[in-house]
Design a protein around this ligand. Structure first.
Ligand SMILES: Cc1ncc(COP(=O)(O)O)c(C=O)c1O
Length: 450
């Protein structure tokens, strides 16, 4: 597969031009060493969101690989693609003369709620089931069917899911897509953790399974520089998704996209096209063996995502953070940990030895008496102000123990993995205070007056 962006930048660097343009390093490799390839939108380099040349050619390669109707690059992660998805859903609703309303699973990354607030899109939340905690929110097709049937007048414009979630749970996207289509509702998926799913046999990528649009972080699971991502639009998405996608991305994006990230996305096309499917298949088998060995030793592993290993740590007698600390002391750095879970992410780039070492350390940890404290449930939520009004109100920071009854104005205190406990405009309840305290959050930003 051709790599037109990288080829252009390489040729430009090799021609040793006098760079009377940005960036300020002028291609001189004095700090990082890669400056000569770090260009900007000069003549011939195309324009990221008005692409007609090398970027268009490259992203069409990506679209072929991901079997989408069209794919667009992000140099600002899934965060940018999620904002653009919401903008497109809003445009679609408006073009149909509808009020923009999204039915969304509550475990959405905070960029979803902040962008919805800025765009003034209404959200109806699907709450996690009791015992699911904050990070997961299972939505089965039947449950969704009932929920969508309960709208008597106007249905939501879209259903929004996070799949895979941070713990590695994957939703039944094909079943959910069927339900959405039967109600005439769009399906948008935050697939930040699942770009690689397109290369499994058969594909488990949301676009292959019927989503209309999705956001992928290439950098999370593919060998792409941090910030690299995609917005994928399915072949049967509404026309406005194709005609307005660049506009949607550029509404939120920097006007100085990183060409290092673009080159990384461009080179990834060729990489993914060559041996990646085979390498991925071989690697997932190794991860399966590791998972099996750990389960047999007494570890409770959750989630079905092939490249994620999530330990439900309390059943082994540790908190997730304690397990992460032990691994850290042996030079193994986890993706995420909290009181309940330790999450490790691996890819075919992870060496055989690194898997062996991980296995050796985990197997050497002694099983203890299980910790039986349950994670707190989200409970009921009470919306007092619109998220937009709350987010744009004067606000002040207050200690958690004084926050009951106050209205949240900023989700910046969402615990890792950036899933808000309370959404802007919602009243903080005693239940939410318990959750904040459980995750060690000490202050919140609330509107000045209720
Ligand atoms: C589920 C989920 N969605 C979206 C994002 C945002 O992705 P990015 O960091 O690529 O902007 C993240 C980041 O961790 C995430 O975990």
């Amino acid at each position: 597969m051709k790599t037109p962006i990288y080829d252009f930048a390489r040729k430009y660097a090799d021609s040793d031009p006098i760079r009377m343009h940005m960036p300020g390093h002028k291609g001189v490799p004095s700090l990082l060493g890669v400056e000569s390839l770090d260009i900007t939108e000069i003549g011939g380099a195309d324009i990221l969101y008005d692409a007609r040349g090398i970027i268009k050619e490259s992203r069409e390669n990506a679209s072929r690989l991901f079997k989408s109707g069209a794919s667009f690059y992000s140099t600002e992660g899934s965060s940018l693609s999620i904002r653009a998805m919401l903008y497109l859903i809003l445009m679609h609703a408006k073009s149909e003369g509808k009020r923009p309303l999204i039915l969304a699973a509550r475990n959405a990354h905070k960029v979803f709620s902040s962008a919805s607030a800025l765009l003034d899109i209404d959200i109806d939340w699907i709450l996690p089931k009791s015992g699911e905690g904050l990070i997961s929110c299972t939505v089965e097709p039947d449950r969704l069917d009932l929920l969508l049937s309960s709208y008597k007048h106007e249905k939501p414009t879209a259903v929004y899911l996070t799949s895979p979630d941070y713990l590695g749970n994957i939703a039944d996207i094909s079943g959910i897509a069927r339900v959405c289509r039967s109600h005439g509702v769009l399906l948008a998926v935050d697939n930040a953790h699942g770009a690689y799913l397109a290369f499994l046999e058969p594909s488990m990528h949301p676009i292959a399974l019927g989503a209309h649009v999705c956001a992928d972080s290439a950098h999370k699971t593919l060998p792409v520089l941090t910030g690299g991502g995609y917005l994928h639009v399915s072949k049967d998405a509404p026309e406005i998704f194709f005609t307005h996608a660049e506009r949607a991305m550029s509404t939120f994006a920097s006007t100085s996209p990183s060409y290092l990230i673009l080159q990384s996305l461009d080179l990834a096309n060729d990489y993914l096209d060559k041996n990646y499917r085979k390498d991925l298949s071989a690697f997932t088998k190794k991860v399966d063996v590791l998972k099996k060995r750990l389960s047999e030793t007494g570890y409770l592993l959750i989630g079905s995502e092939p490249l994620k290993l999530t330990v439900s740590a309390k059943s082994y007698g540790y908190t997730g953070s304690e397990l992460a600390d032990i691994l850290f002391s042996h030079g193994i750095i986890c993706e995420f940990s909290d009181p309940d879970f330790t999450v490790l992410m691996m890819t075919p780039e992870s060496s055989e030895e690194s898997l062996e070492r991980l296995s050796e350390i985990l197997l050497s940890i002694e099983k203890r008496v299980p910790i039986d404290t349950a994670m707190p449930s989200v409970g009921t939520v009470k919306r007092v102000l619109s998220p937009r009004d709350a987010m744009l109100s004067p606000a002040c920071e207050i200690p958690i123990h004084k926050s009951v009854g106050r209205i949240l104005a900023c989700e910046s205190v969402g615990c890792p993995p950036a899933i808000p406990i309370v959404i802007c405009g919602e009243e903080i309840s005693e239940d939410s205070v318990r959750i904040f305290e459980y995750y060690g959050i000490k202050t919140v930003i609330c509107t000045e007056k209720n």
